[in-house]
Design a protein around this ligand. Sequence first.
Ligand SMILES: [Zn+2]
Length: 230
Amino acid sequence: MTNQRIHEALDATGRTPSDQDLDTLSRQLNRPVRDVVEIGARCVCGNPLVATTAPRLSSGIPFPTTYYLTHPVITAAVSRMEAAGEMNQMNERLATDTGLAAAYREAHESYLANRQAIGERSGTGAVPEIDGVSAGGMPTRVKCLHVLVGHSLAAGPGVNPLGDEALTGIAQWWSKDKCYCSGAWDTEGEAPKRDRSRHVKTQGVDPEAKRAERARKRAEAQQQATEGNQ
Ligand SMILES: [Zn+2]
């Protein structure tokens, strides 16, 4: 994995999240974002498309999924592709097309190399609990197209073949040369904020860790509900 080049679409300046970026992410997801350390990809207008989470949350929990699609227009478009059964044909091709399977394995290695670099930059360092574990079904299966598209956007074209394919597949709904932000999320009023009052450890239990776990389950359920509704 150390012989993998780092593929990142944005430079250090582009990756650095501003307060406004974090506010926008919370609006896009309609929940307060946590443990986002960088922006993985941006709209041509500058708004975030992908949130980058450190490989270890501030609660201490290892977190393998580095890139999370946050732009509602892209998320919905990818959900449509999933609902159309695109993952089945991708999995069938992975089982028979050795070239594709090799390129997909490379994408997995590249994902791990990026995550290691992000861990170093964000100060979480090595996370041995998730060594060799990427996301989205990589390296041999496709289980979540959102993960692959997030990776493709953050890494740039030519790194994740199936993420790139999915981006081509959603071109009628979203493409990277156009801004689809207008009206895509609520820009009125306060952005969803976390409740700081419960950020205190009490005897024996770690409410922070519990909350992170609940948030993760909620996000998963939400994503599944979104996918199911498409
Ligand atoms: Zn935009």
